[in-house]
Design a protein around this ligand. Structure first.
Ligand SMILES: Nc1ncnc2c1ncn2[C@@H]1O[C@H](COP(=O)(O)OP(=O)(O)OP(=O)(O)O)[C@@H](O)[C@H]1O
Length: 518
């Protein structure tokens, strides 16, 4: 596996996230090269459509969760073999290609990797070289699903849709668009209409499509694209809570927590219902007479999507403390941070009420990529969304301690983070404390407008400036964990609820350190 990882590493051509892939080709050119690569692999894109039953899902937020729900629902509805392609991964690259809900084994990964690698290498020409990292892993995903003869291939778009490497299927069974918002605006456009148009690039002639409720500007753009592209229909899915329940069942339980998951699950139900009606597999119904079936409910409840709303107890057998609970969520956009913050406050409120509110504390471990605006990410974290507010700490939302921790993984260092200087993290801490200072000073909860757009790099490396600075620190993940565990052991009547958020890479680092590999 190490050799395979090293080879894959050679396909990461640039360190910058939005750098041009595939030897400097434009995104359009690079996308078109995916079709050539499929030919070189002996599986033209016609074959991908003929040999795979694909559910293709795009969106700004919730596309991964929706994909995971789809896979789980169909597995529980009787799909003998499921394939799920997602990105990015948290700990191991294998997570991106799942068979029957489990990451592909190292053995199979290596076996298929070499088949794909060797074929592509043998067919390189001066015009057609090796594909870049994401394109390669996408090609490999399709290759694996074809060779494994999966009944369904649920495919999550990597970025955008129209010219994403996954968009090489002429005729998916059904397409879905999860919640739309502002992200990757440098590549997708600076209005919701433009972003929606890029995402709707996965729509295909004669193929049905579903979307969740969207802002009108986005919905209008989706409708226009649907008619331009001649989709069979574009329908809006509802919340999973809108469905009736079968006899013997009193509620829908979702395996991925958070109120925001109801819309993702609703979209997944619509996609799976349409899939099940259109394919020649003997699947049990997903919805029957307007009610979710027991199989569907099981699929929703048993769905697992690590790093999103994941709750893990610390492990005392492995140096941990039994009174620590980690809440791991890779939110990294304003919308997802709002969902994450509401989920965390709700979950810890229940946990704090279950014990004694005064005996619990909320701690934060945070980092985000440098292309994010921490001002807008911090705002929902510092706002009380109707929970109990403070847990003993003095802040608006009541984090008793906050740590700004550098990334550990090599994946993130490849994305341009300098491991040795902590200027970025000190800057994050400075902004965090400044916002808290303003909030405490009676100027609201501290927002982008109030603060201006200060950036960590410009705010200097001095750390906090407000009275709350003593409760925030910059240190390594390991040092933060050590401080946390020592404190927890010394205060063993307290329950410590630790939110880890800001980046999926940080969540991946934690899962690796906690030895909870997905
Ligand atoms: N419908 C939603 N609206 C807003 N935020 C959401 C929604 N669904 C999930 N999220 C948040 O987004 C984060 C990522 O969820 P998910 O993996 O489903 O989305 P994604 O579209 O694949 O995003 P990405 O892979 O870019 O993080 C979650 O941690 C959660 O906080």
């Amino acid at each position: 596996m190490e050799e395979v990882k090293a080879k894959l590493g050679t396909l990461i051509s640039e360190k910058k996230r939005s750098a041009r892939p595939d030897n400097g080709a434009s995104w359009e050119q690079a996308f078109r090269s995916t079709f050539d690569c499929l030919d070189r692999l002996g599986i033209g894109n016609d074959q991908v459509s003929e040999r795979l039953r694909v559910i293709h899902i795009a969106g700004t937020k919730g596309k991964g969760s929706t994909s995971a729900f789809c896979e789980s629902i169909l597995r529980h509805a009787g799909c003998k073999k499921t394939g799920l392609f997602t990105s990015p991964h948290l700990v191991n690259i294998n997570e991106r290609i799942r068979l029957d809900g489990k990451s592909i084994s190292d053995e199979k990964f290596c076996e298929y990797f070499w088949q794909v690698w060797n074929r592509l290498e043998e067919t390189c020409t001066p015009e057609q070289g090796m594909p870049a990292y994401f394109r390669f892993i996408t090609l490999m995903g399709y290759y694996v699903f074809i060779k494994e003869e999966v009944d369904v291939a649920v495919v999550e778009v990597g970025l955008g849709g129209r010219i994403d490497s996954t968009n090489v299927v002429n005729r998916p069974v059904v397409c879905g668009i999860a919640s739309l918002g502002f992200d990757h605006t440098d590549l997708l456009g600076d209005t919701l209409a433009k972003i929606a148009r890029e995402k709707a690039g996965i729509f295909k002639k004669g193929v049905p499509a579903f979307t969740v409720g969207q802002e009108e500007e986005a919905m209008e753009s989706l409708r226009d694209c649907a008619s331009e592209r001649g989709v069979e229909f574009l329908k809006q899915s509802g919340s999973v809570g809108d469905y009736c329940l079968p006899e013997g069942s009193d509620q829908v339980r979702l395996g991925i927590p958070g109120d925001h998951q109801a819309a993702n699950a609703g979209l997944a139900v619509s996609l799976c219902q349409t899939f099940q009606e259109r394919v020649d597999l003997k699947l049990s119904p997903v919805v029957s007479q307007g009610a979710l079936t027991l199989d569907c409910l099981k699929g929703l409840e048993l769905c697992r999507w690590p790093g999103r709303g994941q709750i893990e107890k610390d492990n005392p057998g492995d140096g941990g403390a039994e009174n620590i609970t980690f809440y791991l969520d890779g939110a990294h956009t304003p919308e997802s941070m709002l969902c994450c913050s509401k989920w965390y406050q709700g979950a810890t409120k229940l946990a704090l009420e279950a014990s004694s509110p005064s005996s619990g504390e909320r701690w934060l471990m945070f980092n985000c990529m440098r292309d994010r605006d921490p001002n807008v990410l911090f705002e929902p974290l510092q706002t009380n969304h109707g929970g109990d507010g403070a847990t003993g700490g003095a802040h608006t939302m009541g984090f008793d301690r906050s740590f700004f921790v550098p990334f550990v993984s090599s994946t993130t260092s490849l994305k341009g983070d300098n491991q040795s200087d902590h200027k970025w993290e000190n800057g994050l801490r400075g902004i965090w404390d400044k916002m808290l200072g303003r909030a405490a000073g009676g100027k609201g909860s501290g927002g982008r407008e109030a603060l201006g757009r200060s950036s960590p790099d410009s705010s200097g490396a001095t750390g906090g400036s407000s009275s709350s600075s003593s409760s925030s620190s910059v240190c390594s993940v390991q040092a933060a964990l050590s401080t946390l565990r020592t404190y927890a052991r010394q205060n063993n009547t307290k329950q410590i609820h630790v939110l880890v958020t800001g980046s999926l890479y940080l969540v991946g680092d934690f899962l690796r350190i906690l030895k909870r590999v997905p």
